[in-house]
Design a protein around this ligand. Sequence first.
Ligand SMILES: [Zn+2]
Length: 295
Amino acid sequence: MRLLLKRYFLLCGVLSYFLFALPLQAAAMDLPTEELVPGGIAIIQIQSASNNNAAAPVVHFQNHRVMVARFSDDYSTDWHAIVGIPRSAKAGEYSIKVKLGAEQTTQHFQVQSKHYPEQRIQITNKRLVNPEKRDINRIITESRIMKQAFTSWSESRVGNLRMDWPVSGPISSPFGLTRFFNEQPRKPHSGIDIAAPVGSPISAPKSGKVLATGDYFFNGNTVILDHGQGLISMFCHLDRIEVQSGNLLRRGERVGTVGQTGRATGPHLHWSLNLNNVRVNPMLFLNEPSNNGQQ
Ligand SMILES: [Zn+2]
């Protein structure tokens, strides 16, 4: 009888694992790579007595909602916060605010410094470095659209956070470079540039919903894709946009084609990846390249 009971419980355990545990979890291998530096990401296990609850914690970092995912190691299944660290962050201690049921806590994490090299780019169309008065309203409107997209939040399970390359090609400019256009200091490089001929197909690196498309002053033809929980892709300098706002794309579906519209010195895809309103290094989310050069 004892043996039978044991078998029964074992069977229940196995069944409930397949019925309940699997759909809730992201396997550890589906996670991005943690890098505790400016422009990197922190993966923080939520320290709470009720962490094993099915209800997701609500996490904030610098007043922005933070992605959470439930995954397990060999011992437990716990909620983790996946936090984007601003490129402008100084080395030191940072904290997240965690709300789980009635319980509110603060958790800390350390950020190390990272040296990003300089990049000096010459642009022949000077208007794209020092815009004229007539360009200002357009630039303000477009930056509002982008900010609204980057600060938007959609509830969804994050699923597999490892992404596919949106286009095949070598990295022509890595993330985070300190930049000068025509010897004038500008914002650091907010994404990666993948060089590819005009017309090369761009595909969704992960499923998502198109938040906005447009022809922007600096970014040229642009598509913004929401992957859920504040993880948002932006693709710039496209030759052709092949999607519309509101479209739901599966992983691998076409977004458009590579071009050199906007402020670009040659055909490439600029891809930036936003997490809790922070532009993070997309390399941390990418699957191993098959024929792409590493940064
Ligand atoms: Zn770029």
